[in-house]
Design a protein around this ligand. Sequence first.
Ligand code: NAD
Length: 454
Amino acid sequence: MKVINPATETVITEIAEDTNQSILEKFDLLTKGQQAWSKVNIADRIAAIQKFYDLLDENKDELAATLTSEMGKPLQQSYNELNGARGRIKYFIDNAAKYLAEEWVTTEGATKEKIVFEPLGVIANISAWNYPFLVGVNVFIPALISGNAVFYKPSEYATLTGLHIQSLLYKAGVPENCFQMAIGKGSVGEQLLLLPLNGYFFTGSYRTGKYIAEKVAGKMVPCQLELGGKDPLYVADDVDNIQKAAADALEGVVYNSGQSCCAVERIYVQENIYDDFVNAYAEECKKLKIGDPLDKDTDIGPLSRKEQQAFLETQVDDAVILGAQIVCGGKIPDRKGYYFEPTVLVNVNHNMKVMMEESFGPVVGIQKVKDDAEAIALMQDTSYGLTAAVFSKSFERAENIMQQMNTGSVYWNCCDRVSASLPWSGRKHSGLGATLSYQGIRAFVQPKAYHIRG
Ligand code: NAD
């Protein structure tokens, strides 16, 4: 399997994919390792994760450079991702023992009762490339702390980062037979679906997530899915500062070249401030610097995958044919690398792909709405349900809208944000189950009810 630098289109290295035989051998190893790991004191399991947390910092320059070279995000954003991942790990280190401890629920009377949380066993962590550290630690950190063994399948677009993660976990004291990597493309991930694993934790597209959920349904084991989104942002006419609203919205659209599950993908603006907002947004957008992700002035690096250029071009063409206007960007720049210009479309509507399909790029449509009711109807007109944001001066007004969103997260005067202490979950085609927070710790254990008499 070739690892390609999306900024230069050069081959960084070639890596051998796992075979059916090597996957079976790794599974055998994990099955044995998990038994012993689950008996290790939780304080010792947490100590290994604490060491991993330290190693991420000690090795941050190499890790950030690798991440940028294989998936193209600007170097500073790779450092930000590492920092963010360490913040999440810290949350698990500080909170896991509390939520995994046995709970006595009845201590009086003839029959005492308690709940014990047992690990699931050997779980699959099938992961995406856009934030390999963040989406990885959501799963393998709480899974390991709670006594599971992990079969980790990084995306084929983030394999080198996956290999770094594996070697640092081993260095930190996680036994090799508790963490193994499945290296390769989707066909290697497919092998994991055939194994009798005890849980499937997937981050990726709706298409693959649906396939996996259907394929493993008969196993009757947990299957959690963190999938895509088409996340809306509504700018109400009482915002304090239109320039700031536009700059914040732009950040939500283009960060990581728009390749975030919770990126802002649609903007609705109340009619009386629409023109001012569009002008402010376009002005900010034109200032963005596309370039080499290793250059510290670069705002927009390449897309990670070549096919995504044509995908975005089709969305823009479709919108223009149906009457949209390009205010900014809209093209594949004439340079090496998988770049796409940050793009703003106006005169858009819900007949256009750009307002309905996940773009996963630095592209957004801005639509005019009459009032909150129209905004709510349009925000809810989607098969996805990851996040929704409202910019308004009034919390009451925003809260009324947030309550009506069928999404896992809602934002008032912010967007494109994840917190370790809040559950991260998608509704409808955006997923099933939650990671992060206490729910994302309990997701990796099964309760056993003890009825104790005598
Ligand atoms: P993808 O679905 O193409 O791939 C995800 C993973 O699944 C990869 O490791 C891939 O090799 C593997 N895979 C592919 N086919 C498989 C099969 N048949 N069996 C088993 N494994 C298989 O997704 P992607 O392009 O890596 O990620 C982008 C998508 O992920 C976007 O839709 C994005 O919104 C979503 N995402 C969601 C979240 C979230 O928290 N909700 C976070 C990050 C990314």
